[in-house]
Each structure stands twice: as C-alpha cells, then as structure tokens.
Design a binder for this molecule. Structure first.
Ligand SMILES: Cc1ncc(COP(=O)(O)O)c(C=O)c1O
Length: 394
C-alpha cells in the first residue's frame, strides 16, 4: 500500500499522527471518524459468498473488524515496526490472545517472574487449569536454559517490569527464544514504542496495555499486539473467537491519544528523572527504583536498549507500610490511583493494587515491599510535582 511504504520512512511523531488515516478519511475530514456501527452491509450475495470463502476482506461485523480499529492497528504496527497489529478490548485481552495463539494443552511457557500482577495471576491461576505449564525465571534470565524442554513453546517477559522497573535484556532473551524455537512475547507497556522497539531486537510479538501510554489520558481500557502478519492473524482469530474485540469509541480515544504519544513520553521522561533525583536525596526514602539513575542495577542495560528511561518509578518508604500509607493519604497533585501512563501523575501501593493477592514470598520475588510506592509521572509542571512529594513526605 502506498501509504505504508511512505509511512516507513517517517519518524515516530509523524507516524503516530498520520499512519493509517488516509484510507478511511470521510470526505476531506482531518479528524479521525468513528465507524460507530456493529455491522456492515454486503454489496451483494456474491460478496457474502466471497467473504465466507475467505476471499474478501470486507468488514462484516465489528467484533471481526472495523475501519476505526484498523486505523489504530496501523498506527501501532507502524510505531512498533511490525507487519501487522491487532487491537483488543484490554491489555489483558491482548496478552491472553497472544499467549493462546501460541500455547496448547501440554505446552509450557517460560515467563519472567516480575510481571504486572494481572499477567502473573493469569499465568499462575488460569493457564494451568487448561494444561499449560508455566516456568518462572528472574528478570536477569539466570538459569533459563535449565527451564526449557521440548514442551516449551513460548517466552513471555515484561521490561521494564512492574513495579520495580527491572529490565530484561531483550537481545539476550530473543536469542534464547530463537535457539529453542520459542515464540517470544514482550509486554512493552511501560516503555511504549517511543522508547523501545523489541521487534527490531528479535522479539516475535509485542503486547500493550494501550490503556496506558498509547492512549495516554486515563479515559479508556484498550490493548494491542503487534508482530508478523502470520502471528497477528492467529491473535486476531483468538480475539474474535473469545470475544475480546475493541469498541470503535475506544479505538477513537486510542487513536486520538496516540497522536501526541511521542511528545508526552519525552516530557514525562524528563520530569520523571527530576522526580527520581529528588526522591533519591530525600531522607525518608530508602531506595528509588528508576532505570535512569546510575544506582539502578539495570542502568547500563537501560542505556543500551532504551531511547529514554521512561516515566514510571517506585520508591521504598523508610517508614514501611505506615510511612507509605501516610504519603499516599497526603498527596494532592499526584492522585492515589491505579493504572499509569496518563497525563495525570499517580501513586499507588502495589501491595494493595497491582500486587494484591500475592504471598510474602511472591512479593519478595517481585521486590515489592510493604513500603513500596509506585509512581506514574504525568504532564504537570515538574516543580508542582516535586513540591507535592516534599509536603507528602514531610
Ligand atoms: C504492564 C501491564 N501490562 C498489562 C496490563 C493489563 O492491561 P489492561 O488493564 O488494559 O487489561 C497492565 C495493567 O495495569 C500493565 O500495567
């Protein structure tokens, strides 16, 4: 398609604005239109027949596809440098559809232990019920070769990890997956394609909670997967069959958000660095987890594989759980809220949110302490954010 070959030469900011738009422009409208419809008319019974035979790519029913969803998919594919992308009703729908497109009963997946709590619980509680085994590895991949066997079919990781921002070496992980013939899947939510493009480092599938940086305004639940056309056809088929399709209204919000993705992430990264430096010097803070700080164990790796250090960070309050709760109850500019990646700065206690329902051993393995606070840095004035942290920690 003329548009996509042109799009390939563009930078991320241009792609996020223009990719996918041209074909579906209604009249001369600059703004993206929403195909607010559940179904589409066939032009004839002949077209109906061709669709049934797999010879027509016509839209028929929004769960199967819709022009507004296609625009979002083309933007995400362009940003991730993928042949194709599929959007889903949530990040979790995208994660499960990607894994289910690869795994069958009797198979095993190796997954990094440090994952978003929901993804961890999906692997720990749901997949084993269907005969899919899960082997967890630490984010440094130590001893991973001992976990692989003929049953292993996929490697699933997240980098940076939620909530303590550890990194997985993407090139090393992709090389391991290639050696064992595994389909490698990475959750790129925390970095966004602006900061990291795992497919260019050898990964097969990228998944996103698009509810976060991609949409960027805390007003929509959305997910996406990107990769080769062959793999995305499988993911799409799972989404259609299980029923995790995105709504066109959500696709519109995602598209609208993505148009400012690059500039948001750039500014958020700058502010996050200022916030991390402030927290690192604060007497009530035991430790700051931010890959942009030289004190972070994966700082060198972050410099190698990321274009910026991101806008997520965590810190351990010296006062433990009581200190973290006092902090949480006092913040005014930061909102005490789950999720991340929006324009509003947020703080949460992972033990009560992303990492609820985990044993002390599981929390230790994820480096989550009772006094850990996770912070998502938004787009407010950096001075206002730092002042808010100062008063809430005082
Ligand atoms: C890293 C990561 N992946 C996946 C998800 C799940 O996405 P969703 O809430 O859109 O289903 C989240 C949600 O917080 C997340 O933080």
């Amino acid at each position: 398609m003329k548009k996509s070959s042109k799009a390939k030469r563009w930078g991320d900011a241009t792609l996020a604005i223009h990719a996918g738009e041209e074909k579906f422009r209604i009249g001369a409208a600059v703004g993206t239109s929403i195909a607010r419809t559940a179904n589409f008319t066939f032009s004839s019974t002949e077209e109906m027949k061709r669709w049934a035979e797999g010879k027509s790519a016509a839209y028929i029913y929004t769960r199967y596809g819709n022009p507004t969803l296609t625009i979002a998919e083309q933007k995400i594919a362009a940003l991730e440098g993928a042949e194709a992308a599929v959007v889903a009703a949530s990040g979790t729908a995208a994660v499960s559809a990607a894994l289910l497109s690869v795994l069958h009963a009797g198979d095993e997946v190796i997954a990094s232990r440090q994952l978003y709590g929901g993804s961890y619980r999906l692997l720990r509680d749901v997949f084993p019920r269907f005969g899919i085994g899960v082997r967890f590895v630490e984010s440094d991949l130590a001893g991973i070769e001992k976990l692989a066997s003929a049953r292993t079919k996929s490697l699933y990781i997240e980098t940076p990890t939620n909530p303590t921002l550890r990194l997985v070496d993407l090139k090393k992980a992709a090389a391991f997956a290639q050696e064992w013939g595994l389909v490698s899947i990475v959750d790129n939510t925390f970095a966004s394609p602006v900061l990291q493009k795992p497919l260019s480092m050898g990964f097969n599938i990228v998944v996103h909670s698009a509810s976060k940086y991609l949409a960027g305004h805390s007003d929509v639940i959305a997910g996406a997967a990107a990769g080769s056309k062959v793999l995305m056809d499988k993911v799409r088929s799972n989404i259609i069959q299980i029923g995790g399709s995105m709504d066109p209204e959500a696709a519109f919000l995602l598209i609208r958000g993505m148009k400012t993705l690059e500039i948001r992430v750039e500014r958020q990264c700058r502010t996050a660095m200022a916030v991390a430096k402030f927290l690192e010097k604060h007497p009530k803070v035991a430790r700051v987890h931010y890959p942009g700080l030289p004190s972070h164990p994966d700082h060198k790796l972050a410099r190698r594989q990321m274009r910026g250090f991101g806008a997520m960070l965590a810190f351990d309050h010296k006062g433990g759980l009581a200190g973290a709760r006092r902090f949480g109850d006092r913040i005014r500019v930061f909102l005490l809220a789950a999720s991340l990646g929006g324009v509003e700065s947020l703080a949460i206690l992972p033990i009560y949110t992303s990492h609820y329902n985990m044993s002390p051993a599981e929390l230790r393995a994820a480096s989550v302490e009772p006094g850990t606070v996770r912070v998502s840095v938004g787009l407010e004035d950096p001075e206002d954010l730092i002042e808010d942290l100062r008063q809430a920690l005082a």
